[in-house]
Design a protein around this ligand. Structure first.
Ligand code: 5AD
Ligand code: SF4
Length: 488
């Protein structure tokens, strides 16, 4: 297996679960397991106009683009993968770090050329950057016709009518209720095996570094029946795995008409009970909220995957306090112990870590390194701190760790993560795992790839197996990114 290392920006992600042949890629996002940029594919159902969407950032954003496609389909649009034939181009944007925003600005610069050739093409900016910059976007980027925040996608057809009448259109209203529960997403980049289900929107946590509470609004949970319906439809269509998505899934809370409250543990159980052949994953968990109840539910159901994305952000209690994470190092380590005690030592644990947060001393950085040594994460999404305008950290603290120091600390964090990923994979050699086949390996159609319950990618000779099969694979070898095995 080729081993590639791309270190081309300040933010890196060390990932084992994305691409079987590459173990470190630069990326702007977690949670988690998201690709860098995704575009719409081609659909041709005879609709009159064509929509092209490019999505940046987290899985929530990719899931939102599937809602947008559905709204637009109902308004008379097919999707296209070719921007040159699109009547409407949407960029669904991310604001989490400055370089995520820069990427979108560069892209808009290029799209501007296409717009000069075809002025009738409508260009819209959706998502977190739209929400953060609001109508300022229209002043800054003259070629943008439409600015729409994450809670206003139902109004897209009406806003496009305004654009058709020669006006610019903005809707950045943030809702306390919108969950798009009744909209069936049109699955984009669909492998027919795995799909995302959005279970809640927004975040009330107010981590001091984070722009999300300002761009995606207050936390709200989707009703249980609509989540179960969506999962059942996916099962009927042949999907074998769902990932329940939310900024903080552990605070899922929905009350039915009889006053019964459904929390995340109960939701998880209900989804798992739909079919023993449906794998269930979720992301993201907050260390302050993940309960033993959730862990016992995971342990009870074979089809709930043994994998938890539990962002630590830092290993230093004083930094965690400045970050307003509302837990300390000891609390975090106790939660990790609970995972290993209740689910077992094989449960995959991944993290997000920020290097060089405001005021971070060398000693505080060492605390992060020692946390990583102690937990031995299976993989991690690793970032340099990027100050976001108007967040509590930007208002209260100085972004005072010099860039070269941030970089050096990030590199140290990456090195430890790479070692622990590799060691974790080496420990798997000789073991047998059940995997769900997701498709061909990236390198060759003679090989397939699938995932273990604890989210490791396994590549193995194809033989007669196909996408969607469950099978037992014995691990024979590994890189730090991928397990290599043989079906048994
Ligand atoms: N700078 C760097 N990383 C950030 N994250 C969120 N905000 C910032 C920021 N301002 C990271 C956190 C979070 C992940 C989604 O992105 O680690 O868990
Ligand atoms: Fe941001 Fe914290 Fe909410 Fe995650 S939990 S989205 S880091 S505020």
């Amino acid at each position: 297996m080729a081993y590639s290392l791309y270190l081309c920006s300040l933010n890196f992600v060390l990932t084992m679960n994305l691409i079987s042949d590459i173990n470190i890629i630069s990326q702007d996002t977690s949670p988690a397991q998201a690709d860098n940029v995704r575009t719409t594919g081609d659909s041709n159902t005879g609709k009159k106009r064509k929509l092209y969407i490019e999505s940046y950032g987290c899985q929530m954003n990719f899931a939102d683009s599937e809602i947008v496609s559905s709204v637009m389909f109902d308004a008379g649009y097919d999707t296209t993968s070719n921007i040159d034939e699109a009547d409407v181009v949407f960029l669904n944007t991310c604001s989490i770090r400055d370089n995520a925003e820069q990427k979108v600005r560069h892209r808009l610069f290029h799209i501007n050329n296409a717009k000069n050739r075809r002025p009738e093409m409508v260009v819209g900016v959706l998502g977190c950057m739209a929400e953060r910059l609001k109508s300022k976007f229209l002043d800054e980027e003259k070629m943008v016709d439409l600015v729409v925040g994450p809670d206003s996608y139902r109004t897209l057809p009406a806003l496009l009518n305004e654009v058709d009448e020669g006006q610019k259109a903005v809707n950045v209203f943030l809702s306390r209720e919108e969950t798009y529960a009744d909209i069936t997403p049109i699955r984009l980049n669909n492998n027919g095996v795995t799909a995302f289900i959005s279970i809640m929107r927004g975040c009330d946590n107010m981590c001091s570094f984070c722009v999300v509470p300002y761009t995606r609004g207050r936390e709200r949970s989707r009703d249980l029946p609509s989540i179960l319906n969506e999962a059942s439809e996916l099962i009927n269509q042949g999907f074998k795995e769902v990932t329940l998505l939310g900024q903080n899934v552990d605070s899922y809370k929905w009350e039915n008409e009889h006053g019964n409250v459904i929390n995340f543990a109960l939701l998880l159980e209900q989804v798992a009970l739909l079919s023993p052949l449906l794998r269930v994953r979720f992301s993201t968990s907050h260390p302050k909220d993940i309960t033993d109840d959730v862990l016992y539910t995971m342990a009870r159901y074979e089809n709930i995957c043994n994998n938890i994305h539990l962002p630590a952000q830092s290993g230093s209690s004083s930094v965690l306090k400045r970050m307003n994470r509302t837990y300390d190092r000891e609390w975090y380590l106790e939660r990790v112990q609970a995972i290993r005690r209740i689910i077992g030592p094989d449960c995959g644990i991944s993290t997000d870590i920020i290097a060089g947060f405001c005021g971070e001393t060398e000693e505080e950085h060492q605390d992060t390194l020692s946390l990583m040594h102690q937990v031995k994460y299976d993989y991690g999404y690793l970032f340099a701190y990027s100050e976001r305008p108007n967040t509590p950290a930007a208002k209260k603290y100085i972004d005072d760790v010099p860039e070269d120091v941030k970089n050096r600390r990030l590199t140290e964090i990456i090195t430890i993560q790479r070692q622990s990923s590799h060691e974790s994979n080496l420990r798997d050699i000789g073991k047998t795992y059940e995997i769900l086949v997701e498709g061909y390996s990236k390198k060759s159609e003679d090989f397939l790839q699938g995932r273990t319950s604890n989210n490791k990618v396994v590549v193995f000779p194809k033989k007669h197996y196909q996408k969607g099969d469950y099978l037992e694979v014995k691990v024979l070898d590994c890189t730090s990114a991928t397990l290599l095995g043989e079906s048994i």
